[in-house]
Design a binder for this molecule. Structure first.
Ligand SMILES: [Zn+2]
Length: 582
């Protein structure tokens, strides 16, 4: 019974832009609002109307921005910043040579601050004083988290505004406005361009820097995007930063790119108010069921239930911290690959296997009991289904070989620790011996599987990983499980022997994809799905960008819910002049 689902899956992967292609969604073309005919007349009319109403529009924008700031003070999203330092190679292509990683939860009650999870100094002032090296001098005063806010004291009187044009970002029509601090402003303020959606006048994107720069320092340039997460509410989701060959005065050259992502806004969805991490008592009926089951449990069944409880507790805890996506369709895609391996190997496991997606960038996969967890970053960079099968096969190896995990988590009190101590309190690492055994089992399963003839690409992926490992230690450091590559070993290393040679200069050999191309995270609900970007042919080998950060270009959409109309009532519709009284 070889009821395999490869085709369905292959389709999904092709649809996700997995071909030798830049998977990043193409920038939305700026479609002119005005028809080609009679542009001159309408254009002047439009600019006249905007000249007449610009002041009113700015009033609304400032008002909405203050509302935004007030809202952000109640929001505590996860914030992840990943930085790659670049250096140009002999063919003048920038290559990552070093990386940095920060993860925390944003707390803006007293300005943009954060609680760091990664044991590193936070994004806040602490980072400025504690970080060593060139970054200590050049990060923004409040770090990357600062860039979620245009100006904590945004007021019309500090700035000159000039209307540029109308433009669509995705399906959202925006007013594009240039913003510059007025002459004589001593306090650094935003300088650049803002995109304002034209229904409620929320800023949905701002791109620029802060000016004037301090005497012996400077501010980074950034591109900050907000998404419409609730009716009338646009919240920060992506910030991209890039500096090329920036002279920093001390004959140091700053050359890097960085991406900050925010998610986990919906704390209610994480049931953060619960007293206990596991609620056993639902209704009298279920209590009765469980009691009967426990009464009948043989020692073996009881042991399994105990392990399952520990597994559920640990998975719940990671979810509540905001590190794990809720169960969803992508899990089923992963499970299909797992089932392909199980079916072709005639393995009949006791107890369900589950797959879940970790929301962070570092490339990691690990297993908690029968739950296989794979990170968003790893799913992004895997070149094809066979390489995904390799990663899942290793984890399945742990399950099939019944490698134990620490059941101390079956006791709920062990789940009470502050979020920022997660990485110290949660660890799902296996011994070296178990790692080797899981590799061997995985190889055995892969050789019987539908992936057996495609393992070259999996080996190639590992080669690419090995090549980049010295430069990207933070991307390859696993926070919760075993790292895929460490100083001595690389997971599934034997697959590299049969893989073709790595050819960085060929556009038709894709060993690994850039970050950020395949998995789309809903920053409100944490739901994950495969991105819909169409595959694009590569122009040059430089566009391969394996494991690299790329600029985000989200396709903006408006939330349309039954309540949305009501919220929009206060905003003028379409091109109408805003009501000056508002
Ligand atoms: Zn392992």
């Amino acid at each position: 019974m070889r009821n395999l689902h490869s085709l369905v899956l292959a389709f999904l992967f092709v649809g996700a832009g997995i071909l030798p292609a830049s998977p990043q969604a193409a920038p939305a073309p700026s479609r002119p609002i005005l028809p080609a005919l009679g542009v001159a007349a309408q254009d002047s009319a439009a600019s006249q109307s905007s000249a007449a109403s610009l002041g009113d529009v700015i009033d609304r924008v400032v008002q909405r921005e203050h509302f935004f700031l007030a809202q952000m003070r109640h929001m505590h999203p996860m914030v992840e910043t990943y930085i790659q330092d670049l250096k140009t190679d002999r063919s003048d292509n920038p290559q990552p040579v070093k990386d940095h990683y920060f993860l925390g939860r944003l707390d803006m009650t007293d300005g943009p601050e954060d609680t760091s999870f990664t044991g590193q100094p936070g994004f806040g002032q602490r980072m400025l004083t504690k970080l060593t090296g060139v970054y200590s001098m050049h990060f923004l005063p409040l770090g990357f988290a600062q860039m979620v806010v245009l100006d904590t004291d945004f007021q019309k009187k500090y700035y000159n505004f000039s209307f540029v044009r109308r433009e669509f970002l995705g399906e959202v029509r925006c007013l594009v406005i240039d913003v510059e601090p007025r002459a004589g402003e001593k306090i650094p303020r935003f300088k650049g361009r803002i995109w304002v959606e034209d229904q409620e006048y929320n800023i949905v994107r701002f791109n620029g820097t802060y000016a004037p720069p301090p005497k012996f320092d400077f501010y980074f340039h950034f591109d900050s995007w907000r998404l419409n997460m609730r009716p009338g509410t646009w919240l920060p989701a992506y910030i991209y930063t890039e500096e090329q060959n920036l002279k920093t005065g001390l004959s140091k050259n700053l050359h890097f790119k960085a991406q900050t992502r925010l998610w986990g806004y919906d704390l209610k969805g994480l049931s953060r108010n619960e007293e206990f991490t596991q609620i056993v008592v639902d209704s009298p009926q279920s209590v009765k069921d469980q009691t009967e089951a426990a009464a009948d449990a043989t020692p073996v069944v009881a042991e399994r239930m105990w392990e399952r409880q520990a597994e559920d507790n640990a998975v719940d805890r990671i979810r509540k911290i905001g590190l794990l996506a809720p169960p969803g369709d992508l899990d089923k895609v992963l499970l299909t690959v797992v089932n392909n391996l199980l079916v072709t190997n005639n393995i009949d496991l006791q107890g369900d296997i589950r797959c879940r997606v970790l929301l962070t960038a570092p490339l990691e996969s690990f297993t908690i009991g029968h739950t296989i967890i794979i990170s968003r970053g790893l799913l992004d960079v895997l070149p094809d289904e066979a390489s995904l099968a390799m990663i899942l096969a290793h984890e399945l190896g742990h399950v099939v070989l019944a490698h134990r995990f620490d059941t101390k988590m079956a006791f709920n009190d062990r789940m009470f620790f502050p979020d920022e101590a997660s990485f110290q309190n949660l660890a799902f690492k296996h011994s070296e011996k178990e790692e080797e055994a899981a590799d061997a089992k995985a190889l055995e399963m892969l050789k019987n599987s539908p992936y057996k003839d495609k393992l070259g690409s999996a080996g190639l992926f590992l080669k690419a990983l090995q090549e980049k490992a010295p430069h990207l230690p933070n991307l390859l450091h696993s926070h919760l499980g075993n790292s895929i590559v460490d100083r001595k070993t690389i997971r599934m290393a034997s697959l590299m022997a049969s893989a073709p040679a790595l050819q960085d200069n060929r556009t038709d050999q894709i060993a690994a994809l850039p970050l950020g191309g395949r998995i789309k995270v809903d920053p409100w609900s944490d739901q994950v799905e495969l991105a819909k970007g169409k595959p694009v042919a590569l122009n040059s080998a430089r566009e391969k960008m394996p494991f690299e950060i790329t600029p985000p270009f989200p396709f903006l959409t408006r939330i349309s819910t039954p309540g949305a109309d009501k919220v929009a009532l206060t905003a003028p519709a379409g091109d109408q002049k805003p009501d000056p009284k508002q």
